[in-house]
Design a protein around this ligand. Structure first.
Ligand code: C2O
Ligand code: CU
Length: 447
């Protein structure tokens, strides 16, 4: 907070030099500082992470090579944190050859995508990719939206060390915007690397945007920007003030949501900026145990409008205003978030991998109730499927909301519905990575 105030100088040529370890590497961008620079230094300029090259000329196939390797004090995909953004179109086939040059086994999990079980990057049945080995992930992209990829082996440590990237699946029906910005939220590397305490969630302190603290960006006045945000931090909840949200985990919403948005670990949020004048993206304080906290809002980013122009109208996102489905009032499956910081975090009183695996009939419609009876908030995440939120704490959402990650407050209850159309052993867990690592994870078998 203090350094945000100190950093409140603006303008200048982005010529700072900084330690380049663990910084986003994009040829057009300036490396971020990982410590607070003195006030005289110009602020970092925010840019999207560099994109992965598609090596297949077939327009229906996106083929990417990724290498996971040590990078400075951490790990990176292709030497950049966030890793290369993979960009494809719904209907494409995605092929990713992952070479593991790490000293440890690893995997890639495609967060939010309903991939075949063998491609899900989990090690419940299959072995991880050994050090030195290459593995081919290959599957069709059937969902449009903002997704991300990260290891699902030694997850907390490997993600914290820098292994994560964004997967954008475009929908040709979406309106074009003047520009698009991909932003991964995290906490500064040194905060994570110094974090030896597995119970320590980092609810306060600075947030990084693609590696930079409090950067700035120039945008022409009169233009519209689609901002695709991913929260890749292990435990930091980011509460955005006064934004125009157009999409969430599983693509566009049925209506524009104007107001505050809570971005939990694992969550994605698409925003629109209709730029007229300069503005700041602000974050409200969020308490460690969940919910609002005392304190001042903090600036995440300054957007400087260049030139002159009126705020353009909202693009035609094709909002259809779809309403939530009626809750059928039955419950097929119940999960309880249990445990405590002292006892460790659990689901249904069990600690992964010592869990009871329920079986769900293939193609059945499942109403899942997730109740949080533990003294912390938890973002609930389900693999292999996406779900409709029927209600949160008894209230139906204003519009139909399809998610794969949903924050559940203390004493909270989420009623979720999904079609179990993907056979396999699907992990379901809290996306606070220290919690998942401690065992707040279970498995649902669909067959
Ligand atoms: Cu992004 Cu099992 O998680
Ligand atoms: Cu949790």
């Amino acid at each position: 907070m203090i350094s945000l105030l100190v950093l409140a100088c603006s303008g200048g040529d982005p010529t700072e030099t900084a330690d380049t370890d663990r910084s986003p590497s994009s040829s057009e961008t300036t490396p971020p500082t990982t410590t607070s620079p003195p006030p005289s230094e110009p602020r970092a300029v925010l840019a999207s992470p560099a994109q992965a090259a598609d090596t297949d000329p077939d327009p229906g196939v996106v083929h990417v090579q990724l290498t996971a390797a040590e990078h400075g004090d951490g790990y990176a995909y292709d030497g950049q944190v966030p890793g290369p953004t993979i960009r494809a179109t719904v209907g494409d086939r995605l092929v990713v050859d992952l070479t593991n040059d790490l000293p440890d086994p690893t995997t890639i999990h495609w967060h939010g995508l309903s991939v075949p079980f063998a491609m899900d990057g989990v090690t419940w049945v299959e072995a991880p990719i050994a050090s030195g080995a290459t593995f081919r992930y290959e599957f069709p992209l059937t969902q449009a939206g903002t997704f991300w990829y990260h290891p699902h082996f030694d997850t907390e440590r490997q993600v914290d060390l820098g292994l994560y990237g964004v997967l954008v699946v475009e929908d040709p029906a979406d309106p074009p915007t003047d520009s698009e910005l991909v932003v991964v939220l995290d906490v500064p590397a040194e905060v994570k690397l110094a974090n030896a305490d597995p119970h320590l969630v980092d609810p306060t302190g600075e947030v990084t945007l693609n590696g930079w603290v409090d950067p700035e960006i120039e945008v022409p006045a009169g233009s519209t920007v689609r901002v695709r945000l991913v929260n890749a931090s292990g435990s930091r909840v980011v509460w955005l003030r006064d934004v125009e949200q157009v999409g969430s985990d599983q693509g566009l919403l049925p209506a524009l949501h104007a107001g505050d948005v809570v971005v939990a670990p694992g969550d994605r949020v698409d925003l629109q900026w209709r730029v007229a004048g300069s503005f700041e993206l602000m974050e409200a304080p969020y308490a460690v145990a969940g919910g609002p906290a005392f304190g001042d809002d903090a600036r995440l980013l300054s957007v400087r409008a260049t030139g002159s122009g009126q705020a353009p109208p909202t693009p035609d996102w094709g909002f259809d205003g779809a309403l939530p489905s009626a809750d059928p009032g039955v419950t097929d499956l119940r999960l309880l978030f249990t445990g405590s910081p002292e006892r460790g975090w659990e689901i249904n009183g069990e600690t992964f991998p010592d869990v009871t695996v329920p079986t769900i009939g293939l193609d059945s419609e499942v109403v899942l109730e997730v109740r949080n009876v533990s003294p912390a908030e938890h973002p609930f995440h389900l693999h292999g499927h996406h779900f409709e939120v029927l209600s949160l704490d008894g209230a139906a959402p204003a519009v139909r909301t399809i998610e794969d990650t949903v924050q559940i407050g203390i004493g909270g209850v989420a009623r979720l519905r999904f079609v179990a159309d993907n056979p396999g052993f699907w992990m379901t867990h809290c996306h606070v990575l220290p919690h998942a690592d401690e065992g707040m994870m279970t498995v649902l078998e669909v067959r």
